[in-house]
Design a protein around this ligand. Structure first.
Ligand SMILES: [Zn+2]
Length: 396
């Protein structure tokens, strides 16, 4: 947590907890967010201040503030929180976000959606009854009943009514045609994917929010409890397209900018396009080679949804014929990311970190063994007991 001195302007007047005087070299205790929210705390409203970060995000984050800050003035709280958020959202990101907001506002005020029912998202029309029932029962048993796990950490299930795929792809096409007529340059879905659209750009963010909060989060609480103690606070929803006249080259492997990724295959007619998983990786080891036991290729089934952790390195094989489209929803939790930065040791979930820790342990063990053999050898040559030789050597 960057609150120990040289950060941004204090601005708190007589409030020393955030900014001690630069010249003093006192030891300042590091203030950190608390691990659990203070649910009974009523957060301040930041709406009237016209700040860089949304009032909603600040209000949620406020519940995690350390007590010393929680009781401070609103501006002190804001400065503390912006220090935290700045680590994830830089000034450049904020400018990009501002441009994106203008781009979206232009679309929302001029684009006429074709399928209003998609935007209103009625679960009864668009989600399959077994899926809806499992979520409304909301027990581990009901959720595991509709899900299979073909590989550790990769969960597959059916969730959408076939009508959903049809109207979603038609809406995407409708948006594309409108952009062509109005000469709007469509922004690419992700830095790696050239073809497709960002669903949030033309008003589907409300639908995706509902999907994420009411249907994906309950699943994740059961399947990924280590990540999903708290609700996701943002997302990025896209449709990516492959095949036909689009490039068929493989895009390599990546870790997603998400805590959890939902990936749904929308099209029926294609060949190739297998989803490939290559082990869970922290950022430091994003390119480390996969071990054979981490390698899993999955042939996508039209209509099927796949859920996995964003750090589960993945990629797709080339779509060799036909047209393939996938809806991908990156679900994010900034609090989880912040907590991860407090961790000093290796990540036990990263395959490479775990491998390196094991290597170190076996090297230490081998060195100890070598030492013991030496001690035993010396003991045999003398009349001393082995333990006495060992003590004597340790004292040297
Ligand atoms: Zn690692």
């Amino acid at each position: 947590m960057a609150v120990d001195g040289d950060g941004t302007d204090g601005g708190g007047g007589s409030q020393p907890p955030v900014k001690p005087a630069a010249k003093e070299k006192k030891e300042v205790p590091t203030l950190r967010l608390s691990q659990f929210p203070k649910n009974d705390h009523v957060s301040d409203d930041y709406e009237d201040l016209d700040l860089e970060y949304s009032s909603l995000v600040l209000g949620s984050l406020e519940k995690y503030l350390p007590t010393e800050i929680l009781t401070a003035e609103r501006i002190v709280k804001y400065l503390f929180m912006s220090d935290v958020l700045e680590k994830y959202i830089t000034r450049g990101d904020l400018t990009m976000a501002k441009n994106r907001k203008e781009y979206r506002q232009n679309i929302i005020s001029n684009y006429q959606p074709r399928f209003r029912e998609l935007y209103n998202f009625d679960p009864k029309l668009l989600l399959l009854p077994p899926f809806r029932n499992a979520i409304s029962e909301n027990t581990e048993e009901s959720i595991r009943r509709i899900i299979s796990e073909p590989f550790p950490g990769v969960f597959v299930f059916q969730m959408f009514h076939p009508a959903f795929f049809q109207i979603l792809l038609s809406e995407v096409e409708n948006f594309r045609m409108w952009a062509l007529r109005t000469m709007l340059k469509i922004k690419r879905p992700t830095s790696k994917s050239m073809y497709g659209v960002v669903l949030d750009d033309f008003g589907l963010d409300i639908m995706l929010n509902k999907l994420k909060e009411e249907f994906i989060f309950p699943l994740c609480k059961v399947l990924f409890p280590e990540v999903c103690g708290e609700m996701f606070d943002s997302h990025h929803g896209v449709v990516v397209e492959y095949g036909e006249n689009r490039s068929v080259a493989e895009l390599g492997y990546q870790i997603d900018d998400s805590e959890i990724t939902l990936n749904v295959c929308l099209s029926k007619q294609f060949a190739g396009g297998e989803l490939c998983f290559r082990g869970l990786r922290c950022k430091k080891h994003a390119r480390a080679e996969a071990k054979p036991e981490e390698t899993f290729d999955y042939s996508q089934i039209p209509g099927q949804a796949i859920l996995y952790r964003g750090c589960h390195r993945n990629g797709a094989r080339a779509t060799t014929s036909g047209y393939r489209a996938n809806m991908i929803l990156w679900c994010r939790n900034s609090l989880f990311r912040e907590m991860e930065t407090y961790q000093k040791e290796c990540s036990d979930w990263c395959g490479q970190c775990a491998h390196e820790t094991k290597e170190k342990e076996s090297q230490i063990l081998a060195a100890k063994r070598k030492e013991m053999i030496k001690v035993e050898g010396e003991a045999k040559r003398s009349t001393d007991k082995p333990w006495l030789v060992y003590v004597r050597r340790s004292k040297k």
